[in-house]
Design a protein around this ligand. Structure first.
Ligand SMILES: [Zn+2]
Length: 181
């Protein structure tokens, strides 16, 4: 039973190498949290992930994100806290430590520096307009083609505008990048 729930969770995860987040990009509850059926009820995907990877969630506890990405279900990015102000404060400090010491993050120093990954997403969007294929972009950014597709279709990184025009500097960067490959 637990195995099939684990499979259903993991089959729906996009792993983002640049930040280490595992994005559960399906069945968004409208606030950015994924939803999944598990043990006969609908549950937020990150709570399900904690349950499956780490075990029981104590009564009254919340599963919180180090990475501030609601759709992320990577158990390494999750921690338990409770709903009191005290614990919220602790959660904030916890997150600050996490951001101040990127060496503690297992994969990718860019993990929680949103600008880097936002820039990468913008570059991906711009480069598709210059004829770069999903396969090219997947190789260059070290992600799967389905991740590129998810970006281009707005299933992840929805807050990045798809309509912006590249600045002159971006054009130069693209030409330079194209020249190298
Ligand atoms: Zn994460």
């Amino acid at each position: 039973m637990a195995d099939s729930a684990m499979t259903r969770l993991m089959l729906r995860v996009e792993r983002i190498p640049i930040c280490g987040c595992w994005i559960f990009a399906f069945a968004d509850d409208g606030r950015g949290y994924g939803r999944i059926w598990i043990h006969g009820c609908v549950m937020r995907a990150h709570r399900a992930s904690w349950l499956l990877h780490r075990g029981a969630i104590p009564q009254g506890a919340d599963v919180l994100h180090h990475c501030d990405v609601p759709a992320c279900v990577n158990p390494d990015h999750l921690f338990l806290g409770d709903k009191t102000a005290n614990m919220r404060d602790m959660a904030r400090k916890h997150r600050q430590v996490f951001q101040a010491h990127p060496e503690k993050i297992k994969r990718g120093e860019a993990c929680f520096h949103a600008k880097l990954s936002e820039n990468a997403v913008r570059e991906i969007i711009v480069r598709t307009r210059y004829g770069h294929t999903g396969a090219d972009l997947a190789r260059d950014f070290g992600v799967s083609q389905s991740t590129i597709s998810a970006i281009l279709h707005g299933r992840i990184w929805r807050h990045i505008s798809r309509t912006f025009l590249p600045a002159a500097n971006d054009d130069a960067a693209i030409v330079a990048a194209g020249g190298q490959s």
